[in-house]
Ligand binder design. Sequence first.
Ligand SMILES: Nc1ncnc2c1ncn2[C@@H]1O[C@H](COP(=O)(O)OP(=O)(O)OP(=O)(O)O)[C@@H](O)[C@H]1O
Ligand SMILES: [Mg+2]
Length: 285
Amino acid sequence: MTKKQKMDLDAVNQQLDQFDQVVNSEKAMRKVTPQEKLRAGVDLGTSSIVLTVLDSKDKPIYGAFEYDHAVRDGLVVNYMESVRILEKLKQKAEDVLGVPLTTACGAIPPKTGEGSAKIVKNVIEAAGFICPAIVDEPTAAAKFLQMQDGTVVDIGGGTTGISVFQRGKLVEVLDEATGGFHMTLVLAGNQHIKADKAELIKRDPANEDEVFGVIRPVVEKMATITKTAVKTGVKQPVIVVGGAINFKDFIPTFSKTLKLPAYKPDYPQFVTPLGIAMFDDGKAE
Ligand SMILES: Nc1ncnc2c1ncn2[C@@H]1O[C@H](COP(=O)(O)OP(=O)(O)OP(=O)(O)O)[C@@H](O)[C@H]1O
Ligand SMILES: [Mg+2]
């Protein structure tokens, strides 16, 4: 990683740390005035729905999320439930901020097509927002990471998305159906327990070493996918994001199999949601 890339990652981590603080405090980062232009982003994920709010300089102002199963493999499978949760998140945000949120952008995994973009847009509009744009998830992540050249690997609940950027352009994108939920299934099989219970055990830091020993092959598989599936070659730096990588041994294991150094930003689950908000220009399409 060059000195410049290291400085960029430090700046990104500072923003993520701030954002995590606002999410946990359930308060606004600062007071906002009614004249201020705010940017909002909605990430309808497989395991949670995240709402992010930035100011006009892209500084995090507010954020909240709710766990949910309304989306599967990037596709909205429970429309009413998604709308209901998003309405609730919007209302809470407006109560805390003291101003209405009028616009919000959304995102879809790459190659899921026009249809899924339309559904995400409909969910956002049904919850009461104007939706200026639906963007590609990796493009949103790269925007937040200020990545011009490199590879973004986004490991969420359902999938591993790999995107290669060259001079700011997305040159290759892949989506493989292995994500955090597969780690949960492997753990459930190993312990002879239900997936719901395995999910809780997996996330409990007290079990981290034991859990990682069981799910290590899944991580190695994710690295192998990254190494072998990219036709244009894995471009450095490799930045890994998404909630599924929240293990201290994840990056060393992933890097070893990939045979390239990989980097994890702080709070990797918030990278894509924050990038989505950066596309909100406040205008109707
Ligand atoms: N502390 C943790 N330790 C381990 N895994 C975690 C932790 N927190 C979240 N996860 C896992 O991260 C995954 C969710 O990640 P993320 O929030 O990035 O997904 P998503 O955006 O909702 O899903 P997708 O991008 O696949 O639609 C889940 O599989 C969850 O179990
Ligand atoms: Mg995601």
